[in-house]
Design a protein around this ligand. Structure first.
Ligand code: 6PG
Length: 479
């Protein structure tokens, strides 16, 4: 379709950039596209130019010429130094009030810095996490924008139009200033890591612990997807488990190397959780599990040296499938509770005033962690916007209470049979930790005071004290 003006320019024609441009054009919104290697842009326009009002730009000047003022430019390039280079190149050529949207997985501190620097130059910046992979980008992703509020006022309608819609509500809303959008996307990815690890542990238990075939497992996951666990990740897992290798006819999962990669967003979530003092244990264990998986050569050597039970299909199958389902569900609640707690802590730390109910709302569709129970999370925050921990909401409290006996059996069976289930186990330990009024930290305080005079507080009196543990056993008050 011919057009000579564009509402928005997309810079970067890798698959996410291409599919977002097609998504925009499919709504009859003019979109100009540019890629550093021109060939990629021209072949895109040849292939998809008739899908809507798309203009190919061979140079940045051409792009800036055809985009309506104030210009809106969406960067869809690999996060990192490349983003700074493109922004630097753009800034000298842009006019006051133009808007740059970074749709990559940027670190939120980079987004904060970029928003500040661009504001100094009269430009407006949005850091917008975009989730949903290739299909989401094409048909409707979940979009998590943060940055200059009045810039959102101008482009929000466009972003909300191209986003996934659930019950008529767009999976996109303004989240807060500077890095709020990219932080939210990062925690989304952290939860994605935990969710994937919990599913992988469940698969491991049933496949290698209980000896179910991949075909049986495909049916189990498909059935789980019709209940509380209904979600994109459970759905694709059923599909993956039912897929055969086109070369050998073996189950596809059996021929895929057991080394997981990572690009960094899960690790950032864990690092930042530590800095905030939030126990995002399920996410962190999922990151470590990927690290252990990536040490294939070491594991191969160690497998014949280190002793212990070897998973060999010996876990009794009776009731195990239901137990694993309950354990997976309970642990998933913990992972989300921890992720939302981290968002609340980051919001307080950076002054973002994040609305956790809004975040649950825009995660209901389009994104990788979309799941039926996000409706419940939204309801929990609607009922109490200051909810300290999702676990304290009736629905989730009851969900974990119902599943916990099965969860304990599953963790016990995994330990007995030598199957590593770090996410299932750490989530259970977190649960047992937060629900106990008294933990063994009294002993830790005593040790700290013993070797370093770090002081302790008493259960029966106010103030801080030091005990002269070795000298005469006397106690002295300390400030
Ligand atoms: C999404 C995904 C997307 C990407 C991940 C993969 O929300 O659409 O999370 O952002 O696939 O970054 O992350 P890893 O490579 O670290 O697994």
């Amino acid at each position: 379709m011919m057009t000579d003006r564009a509402r928005i320019g997309v810079i970067g024609m890798a698959v996410m950039g291409q599919n977002l441009a097609r998504n925009i054009a499919s709504r009859n919104i003019g979109v100009a596209v540019y890629n550093r290697t021109t060939e990629k842009m021209t072949s895109f326009v040849e292939e998809h130019g008739d899908e809507g009002p798309i203009i190919g730009a061979e140079t940045i000047e051409e792009l800036l010429d055809v985009v309506e003022r104030p210009r809106t430019l969406l960067l869809m390039i690999t996060a990192g130094a490349g983003t700074d280079a493109v922004i630097d190149d753009l800034t000298g050529r842009l006019d006051d009030g133009d808007i740059i949207i970074d749709g990559g997985n940027a670190h939120f501190e980079d987004t904060r810095r970029r928003e500040r620097d661009l504001a100094d130059r009269g430009l407006r910046f949005l850091g917008a996490g975009i989730s949903g992979g290739e299909e989401g980008a094409l048909h409707g992703p979940s979009i998590m924008p943060g940055g200059t509020a009045e810039a959102y006022g101008e482009v929000g309608d466009l972003l909300e139009t191209i986003a996934a819609q659930v019950d008529g509500t767009p999976c996109c809303t303004y989240l807060g200033p500077d890095g709020a959008g990219h932080y939210t996307k990062m925690v989304h990815n952290g939860i994605e890591y935990a969710d994937m690890q919990l599913i992988a542990e469940s698969y491991d238990l049933l496949r290698h612990g209980a000896g179910l075939s991949t075909d049986e497992l495909a049916d189990v996951f498909a059935e789980w997807n019709s209940g509380d666990l209904e979600s994109f990740l459970i759905d694709i897992t059923a599909d993956i488990l039912g897929t055969q290798d086109p070369r050998t006819g073996e189950p596809m999962v059996d021929v895929i190397l057991d080394e997981a990669s990572q690009k960094g967003t899960g690790r950032w979530t864990a690092q930042l959780a530590l800095e905030l003092g939030v126990p995002s244990t399920a996410i962190t264990e999922a990151v470590y599990a990927r690290v252990v998986s990536s040490r294939k050569a070491e594991r191969r050597d160690a497998s014949s040296i280190l002793s212990g039970p070897t998973p060999g299909g010996g876990i009794a199958c009776d009731g195990l499938v239901d137990d694993v389902r309950a354990a997976l569900y309970a642990a998933k609640i913990i992972a989300y509770a921890q992720g939302f707690e981290q968002l609340a802590a980051a919001s307080a730390e950076y002054g973002w005033d994040l609305d956790l109910g809004d975040i649950a709302t825009i995660w209901r569709g389009g994104c990788i962690i979309r799941a039926k129970f996000l409706d419940r999370i939204k309801q929990a925050f609607d009922a109490d916007a200051d909810l300290d921990n999702l676990l304290l909401a009736d629905y989730f409290r009851d969900g974990v209470a119902e599943g916990q006996a099965a969860w304990r059996r599953v963790v016990g069976a995994a330990v007995d049979h030598g199957i590593a289930v770090p996410a299932l186990t750490s989530a259970l330990s977190y649960y047992d930790g937060v629900r106990r009024e008294r933990l063994p930290a009294n002993l830790i305080q005593a040790q700290r005071d013993y070797f370093g005079a770090h002081t302790y507080r008493r259960t029966d009196d106010d103030g801080s004290y030091h005990l002269r543990w070795i000298a005469d056993g006397g106690e002295e008050p300390r400030d």
